[in-house]
Design a protein around this ligand. Structure first.
Ligand code: HEC
Length: 179
């Protein structure tokens, strides 16, 4: 698991703890006579329980085991969706999004000529395989406020294929797992 996964687990735990804490507090104030039963009902105002549920969904299976069996040709096909906004070739132009040559393994905002969002730049973690995985499943969850207007790729193997394809476009990409 990468550092991000721990952070995500951490936030999920915090959210659940807070939600449960509020629920218990409310029960203690209003239902002290039924506390033994009511303590299990997490009845939270302000959408707290909803937040906890959404955060929980974000816990991702690691992508590295799937990279070993990635289909690069399928990744190239899937990248067509990204190609509306991104070029991948060395020295390629920025479009709506930055050129992606050398992005795998790089720091956030690897293309100096592109104006990135603060949302993305404030995340202090490199684009290793697991962070790319977490971003590509749902960019707006990974970096709330990102300029990347893309819903995400829900199938893990599709993400692995795209990442394996992207990895080829770099001078010194990190090794593929298992190679
Ligand atoms: C609608 C346009 C659009 C589409 C489609 C799109 N992107 Fe992006 N992408 C962007 C923009 C804009 C940014 C900059 C995000 C920011 O600054 O918040 C970005 C940023 C990125 C970054 C981070 C680059 C860096 O230098 O830190 C990666 C990696 C990336 N996109 C990969 C992909 C992949 C892979 C796909 C296809 C699965 C894709 N994008 C689809 C617009 C798009």
């Amino acid at each position: 698991m990468g550092g991000e996964s721990y952070k995500i687990w951490g936030s999920a735990l915090v959210a659940l703890t807070v939600a449960f804490g509020i629920g218990v507090a409310i029960n203690q104030v209003t239902h002290t006579d039924h506390l033994d039963i009511k303590a299990y009902v997490v009845d939270v105002p302000d959408g707290g329980a909803e937040t906890a549920a959404v955060v929980e969904e974000k816990v991702l299976e690691p992508i590295t085991p799937l990279l070993a069996s990635a289909d690069i040709a399928a990744g190239e096909k899937a990248f067509k969706r990204c190609g509306t906004c991104h070029t991948v070739d060395k020295g390629g132009a920025n479009k709506v999004g930055p050129n992606l040559y050398n992005v795998v393994g790089a720091a956030k905002g690897h293309e100096p000529s592109f104006a990135y969002s603060d949302a993305l730049m404030s995340i202090d973690a490199p684009w290793d395989y697991e962070n790319l995985n977490a971003f590509l499943v749902k960019p707006k969850d990974y970096a709330p406020g990102t300029k990347m207007n893309f819903a995400g790729i829900s199938k893990p193997q599709d993400r692995a294929n795209v990442i394996a394809y992207l990895r080829q476009f770099g001078d010194n990409p990190p090794p593929m797992p298992g190679q």
